[in-house]
Design a protein around this ligand. Structure first.
Ligand SMILES: Cc1ncc(C[n+]2csc(CCOP(=O)(O)OP(=O)(O)O)c2C)c(N)n1
Length: 346
């Protein structure tokens, strides 16, 4: 991990990560596997047209979601992007609820109206799932401003891609958060591409944590393919935010193994580059580390895989058996209704 604020004497999570709690290490691996297998099943369901519309997968990036979500408390808030399935699952949205949403069913966490890009769960303070690049940034700053004004010590985690850092919203949001000392944890998933545009074709400064540090925000570059490194950095940053340290920024250096979305033919990247990054797959890396440390015994991985397969089969069956919203109801919620009218009664 690299501290971009070395000359501003900010604390940084430079201590090497250790797997000091075997059970917790296996939990992190399990969460990554749940997300990977869930998204792999999504590909099949998409080919089958049971999932329609846009579908952005984060296969390869699971360590970011798991490392980050595991350090937040239920009181904290999360604002994510359209590549958010992993964040939603790691935040505790059930596979049933997420899969039903992806299939457009009323039992989904957004009543089937949001689909893949708009998973939302107010109870878990999971405020999307946002389709607009950079759109979540001002939302997170607004949530943080409310906490700040009301004296609450909570973390408002905002996840966005490297593409968002070329948007005006990024600069306006981080500037205000820094100026007003707001409790925002900015987390940039730098996967080197914004759709088909490579980072160096869109950014004059490709060192993103340096860019964030220019706003006098403690900014750290983290190996986003290492779940233990992400968790350690996120924990230290979140604690500092919670204790009144103002906004912090994490650049999670990661890579998506699949195309931008199911519509993308992925012809702007070298196959060799993809293969090279697959060599840093966070899941085998965690398996190896946990096996070496003795946390993972023979047969454990197979057991985890079997449990996850059962959970996914159950979620798909639940979604398949779900309800499509009645045509007569489609105009509901276009204008506001009392909140209790939102209750799902399938
Ligand atoms: C304001 C805005 N401009 C353009 C788009 C179209 N668009 C959708 S995803 C995307 C790429 C964003 O890349 P990045 O922020 O790096 O996230 P990633 O997809 O790599 O996770 C673009 C340009 C959009 N949704 N919103």
């Amino acid at each position: 991990m690299t501290d971009r604020n070395a000359d501003t004497s900010q604390a940084s999570p430079l201590t090497p990560t250790t797997v000091d709690d075997a059970g917790h290490g296996v939990h992190l691996l399990r969460e990554m596997l749940r997300i990977r297998r869930f998204e792999e099943r999504c590909v099949e369901l998409y080919s089958d047209t049971r999932i329609r519309g846009f579908l952005h997968l984060a296969i390869g990036e699971e360590a970011c979601a798991v490392g980050l979500m595991n350090v937040l408390s239920p009181d904290d808030a999360v604002v994510a992007t359209y590549r958010e399935h992993g964040y939603a699952l790691a935040r505790g949205i059930s596979m049933r609820s997420a899969m039903a949403e992806l299939e457009g069913k009323l039992e989904g966490c957004s009543r089937g109206r949001g689909g893949s890009m708009h998973l939302f769960d107010a109870e878990r303070r999971f405020y999307g799932g946002n389709a607009i690049v950079g759109g979540g940034l001002p939302l997170a700053v607004g949530l943080a401003l409310a906490d700040h004004l009301q004296g609450r010590h909570r973390v408002n985690a905002c996840v966005f891609g490297d593409g968002a850092m070329a948007e005006g919203e990024f600069h306006e949001s981080i500037n205000l958060a820094a100026l007003w000392h707001l409790p925002v944890l900015f987390c940039c998933e730098n996967n080197l591409y914004a759709m088909g545009t490579a980072l160096e074709r869109a950014e004059s400064e490709t060192d993103l944590s340096l860019k964030a540090a220019s706003y006098r925000v403690p900014s750290w570059e983290v190996d986003g393919m290492d779940v233990f490194a992400v968790e350690a950095a996120a924990r230290q940053a979140a604690e500092s935010v919670r204790e009144g340290g103002g906004p912090h920024f994490l650049e999670l250096r990661t890579y998506r193994f699949r195309a931008h979305s199911m519509y993308d033919s992925d012809r702007y990247r070298d196959k060799a580059e993809i293969e090279q990054w697959k060599g840093h797959d966070p899941i085998p890396a965690a398996v190896e580390r946990l096996t070496t440390s003795g946390a993972l015994a023979q047969g454990d991985l197979e057991r985890l895989e079997a449990e996850i397969a059962t959970e996914i089969d159950d979620a798909v069956a639940f979604a398949d058996a779900g309800t499509l919203e009645a045509v007569a109801d489609l105009e509901r919620f276009v204008t506001s209704e009392p909140v209790d009218a939102m209750a799902v009664s399938p």
